[in-house]
Design a protein around this ligand. Structure first.
Ligand SMILES: Cc1ncc(COP(=O)(O)O)c(C=O)c1O
Length: 364
């Protein structure tokens, strides 16, 4: 019954959540597991909440095969606050924050770091108008680099790295806001990963940071308490009141991911969903054209254009009338975008492909 009323949700974030998760949360919304109150009404210092908090961490470690020597933090302020916290905590005087410039989100990260310390852009795809990810096979990491920062998936342009560079002893820090947990990865190649939850992990309100402990314990003394990794790490992300409901929802999403068969199964599902839409674009004799270069195509955000802006507007409008939500491209790049994060069912992608074919028939 509920399923029939669900929209075909292609929102870029906040985005679709698994129906099973929403229903489970609904079932324990008012009375959380016999405690006579919702989880939102409980103290974050009590055992009931703490167990949910700790389980979310443990599930993330298990699902993502996070090795020993790493810790998981649940912070606030979105991924955007990490753009500042990373240089504040890790970019010491005399050091350089090395950045890979891949588009809209990478640029925002660079802008924040420039406010705080010395930065260098060591690779960029600006010359290609960010339609592809730069080739990082031969990147030169500056000797004084405190870290190398990159964005694994550019949500707006619809580009994604398939693999990551070897930065040697220099920690690799990755903004995975729009593709975290969409595929298995060898976590030991990263110094730090961070992501706002509202695309692949849960609702907005919590940001996940996964980092080597050695990066979480070196915060300089002059930075404010709430912006220090060391304080949050020492206090297991319970230094102040955490976004308890959001963390509970992340816990539920992680359970769901496990039930789907873990990240290998999730990756396969994501590949199939993306392939359906890219095949439709490629088979349309130019009626639809993909924005991203083929080797950089994102499996999370499929961006495409039609021949004219007028036609794109018509597509978006007609799609909306037929129950599709969130297909308009970001205002900064235009075009159309289907965000197909983990929780977007394949049936939504099949419905979109059907709509795309019919729209083409009507307009070509
Ligand atoms: C790749 C990427 N980085 C950072 C952000 C910013 O995240 P937040 O809104 O949680 O600050 C977004 C949000 O869309 C994103 O897609």
């Amino acid at each position: 019954m509920v399923q029939e009323r669900r929209a075909y949700n292609f929102n870029a974030g906040p985005a679709a959540l698994p129906l099973e998760v929403l229903e489970r949360a609904q079932a324990e919304f008012v009375d959380f597991r016999g405690n006579g109150m919702s989880i939102m009404e409980m103290s974050h210092r009590g055992g009931v909440y703490e167990a949910v908090h700790q389980e979310a961490k443990d599930l993330l470690k298990e699902l993502f095969s996070i090795p020993e020597g790493y810790d998981v933090l649940f912070l606030q302020g979105g991924a955007s606050t990490q753009f500042a916290m990373i240089p504040m905590n890790l970019l010491a005087p005399g050091k350089v924050g090395a950045y890979v410039d891949t588009g809209s989100w990478a640029k925002k990260a660079i802008k924040e770091a420039e406010l705080i310390g010395e930065t260098a852009v060591i690779a960029s795809s600006e010359a290609d108008r960010y339609t592809r990810m730069p080739d990082l096979a031969a990147i030169q990491v500056p000797e004084q680099a405190a870290y190398v920062h990159l964005t694994s998936n550019e949500t707006i342009e619809g580009t994604q790295f398939r693999s990551f560079p070897n930065t040697g002893d220099v920690p690799l820090i990755v903004d995975m806001s729009s593709d975290i947990l969409s595929r298995p990865l060898d976590i030991s190649q990263f110094g730090m990963i961070y992501a706002g939850a509202q695309k692949n992990l849960g609702p907005s309100g919590v940001t996940v940071v996964i980092a080597k402990e050695e990066l979480l314990t070196v915060s300089p003394k002059h930075i404010p308490t709430m912006l220090r990794y060391d304080i949050h790490q020492k206090n297991q992300s319970l230094y102040n009141t955490p976004p308890s409901f959001s963390i509970y929802m992340v816990n539920q999403v992680l359970h769901w991911l496990k039930e789907q068969g873990g990240l290998k199964a999730v990756e396969k599902h994501n590949e199939e969903k993306a392939q359906l839409i890219y095949d439709t674009i490629d088979g349309s004799q130019g009626f639809y054209s993909g924005i991203a270069a083929v080797d950089s195509r994102s499996r999370m955000n499929v961006t495409f254009r039609l021949e004219t802006e007028e036609l794109e507007k018509q597509f978006a409008k007609q799609a909306e009338q037929e129950g599709f939500v969130g297909l308009k491209g970001h205002r900064s790049v235009g075009g159309l975008r289907a965000s197909i994060y983990n929780a977007v069912p394949k049936s939504s992608c099949e419905a979109l492909v059907q709509f795309m074919k019919e729209f083409k028939q009507q307009h070509s």
